[in-house]
Design a protein around this ligand. Sequence first.
Ligand SMILES: [Zn+2]
Length: 230
Amino acid sequence: MCNKCLMRRSLFSAGMGALAVTASVAAARAQPVRSADTPDAALARLVEGNARYVAGKLNERDFSAGRAARAQGQAPFAAILGCADSRVAPELAFDQAPGELFVVRVAGNFVTPDGLGSLEYGVAVLGTKVIMVLGHTSCGAVNATVEALQKGNTLPGHIAGLVSSMKPAIEPVLKSPAPDLNQRAVVANVQANVLRLKAEKPILGEMVAAGELRVVGAYYDLPTGKVVLV
Ligand SMILES: [Zn+2]
């Protein structure tokens, strides 16, 4: 039995699965249909949605119309590991409805143990086909990390923990000082977390190797709203 199957079985045999089992028995006929069933199609759907967002041509939606169906289950086609920044809202940036995106957010969009567990759940249990690590221009968490590394200062409270978590990905960028240092740090942080997710065992790495999942990196350009793959 593969690791994904083992995970599904263990989740369903634990309390976490009881809710899903109860719901699935009552609503076996009403499971939502995933809007993209391959990793490539899922990524294309994100790209197309962002193009609509940039052009100001969002799909019209009646949110109340889908609530009853959404109560029966979820089948998000994509997962986003994004920053907590209030200006970067994944459902808006990709023009997606509730139920389409499985979103994990933390300032600095880096992998945490709980965030990893959430992404594994989204992929292995909910069937999400692509994970996008989504940074953005002018990221306060990245800028703070760059400054802390340059000046050697320590940020107050638990903010210091963000810096120490992001340090390994960003520190190498400091060796080449240039005017675009902060943006290069944004990209380096995204790429490092993509590599980490691709290598995570036993769930994500196995699914990437099997072609069942893609992990990609991108940044959101605040002035234009465009998502650029990196
Ligand atoms: Zn940010």
